[in-house]
Design a protein around this ligand. Sequence first.
Ligand code: M6R
Length: 317
Amino acid sequence: LGRIALVACGTSWHAALVAKRWFEEIAGVPTEVDIASEFRYRNPIMGGDTLCIVISQSGETADTLEGLRRARASFVNALGFVNVEDSTIGRESDDAIPLLAGPEIGVASTKAYLAQLTNLYLFAVQLARAKHRLSETDAAGCIQGLRALPSALAACLERRDLAFDIAQRYASASNFIFLGRGYNVPTAMEAALKLKEISYIHATAYPAGEFKHGPIALIDPQTPTVALIPNDSTFSRMASNIEEIRARKGRIIAVTTDSAPNVEALSDSILRVPDIAEPLLPLLLIVPLQLFAYRIAVLRGCEVDMPRNLAKSVTVE
Ligand code: M6R
């Protein structure tokens, strides 16, 4: 295996963005990520050593399905990560990995996203073992890290009242900004998508280092910024991004980990999750933000499970 091409839409695409880092950093496999509606109409360079991975909760998304067909027509092996195993993508892939999240009813993907991430992480670790990039001991350490997840997720749910209180404070805002670095960039994008979908509030997500190249002009006291600042390798750079926003009178909702120091001094509101290994942060930091979006949507009287203009599965182009 020389290369991986990841293809997906929406939330599944955000899972693919996280997986790219895992595949490259853990397994050492060069990986590209495409939005399916772009992939199917460009001429991607895919040789016989490329594996195309398509990710889809429903297994019926038209653009992702056509991306899969495109790859197979180029004689590239295709692996599907699907929640609905008996779906068109599940059937047409050379192999399929079932996500086993159980039926996902709400239009906004939440539990399927966590299941996508979990399965993609396991795949990255297994790939690294097969390529002898990870020793058995290190691979076992990665799996052990994953075992910390259920209790950490339970702690996030136990702390939901805090996310709900903060949601109450910000429910009338018309625009939100979400910032993160490294592993937390896709989380910022996914959190912004959740808020847009179910509360109809405009939200934009950026890699924090890119923010000063234009979008920082948006900052004013009415536009809150959700800053992902866990105690990881991005901490000090995120702290200086936050200072820049505060200097322009922007309000900060910090989403961080229990061990992160002095975040109170940097923020107006703070949400904490338990500490976990940096590569696993995407599985945890999204949860308080799902709860935050949910509560804002409820407070604004929105139909959370069936937002306007959306369908659970997008089977047309
Ligand atoms: O079923 P799929 O994972 O292929 O769906 C892809 C997107 O349509 C989907 O993730 C969409 O963005 C969700 N409504 C997000 O919550």
